[in-house]
Design a protein around this ligand. Structure first.
Ligand code: THU
Length: 127
């Protein structure tokens, strides 16, 4: 799968975002080591602390179906700025695959890419 194909899946997933409080719709697409792709969107809640990001939606879908090793993730929001994963999502993804390549995408589809380990240096681990 090309970067562009993965990005297109993240863009499509953003259409399902439930973000009535922030109005910020995000989509993510996570490519597993075996080639499977899981998508996710952000899901907000009136109790704002319960909001979950698109990246964690995709991650939890993948892990709950037996995937634990990841190659790439695309994250998209229709925004002037590249959609960077929040600290919580970085930590959650790092648990499984510190070298995941993160494609951070903005309006129009341009993107920047980073290794997750670059985005979360000196990460906390227990193993
Ligand atoms: N959000 C994501 O889904 N992913 C990110 O990378 C950044 C933030 C969501 C959380 C919340 O629903 C909304 O965007 C505004 O913060």
């Amino acid at each position: 799968m090309t970067d562009r194909e993965l990005i297109n899946k993240a863009v499509a997933a953003s259409a399902f975002a439930y973000a009535p409080y922030s109005g910020f719709n995000v989509g993510a697409a996570l490519e597993c080591e075996d080639g499977t792709v899981y998508t996710g969107c952000n899901v907000e809640n009136a109790a704002l602390g319960n909001c979950i990001c698109a990246e964690r939606t995709a991650l939890v879908k993948a892990v709950s179906e037996g995937r634990r090793s990841f190659k790439r993730m695309a994250v998209y929001a229709d925004s002037d700025r590249y959609c960077m994963p929040c600290g919580t999502c970085r930590q959650m993804l790092y648990e499984f695959s510190p070298e995941t390549e993160m494609l951070c995408v903005k309006s129009g589809g341009t993107y920047v890419s980073y290794k997750l380990s670059e985005l979360l240096p000196n990460a906390f681990t227990l193993r």
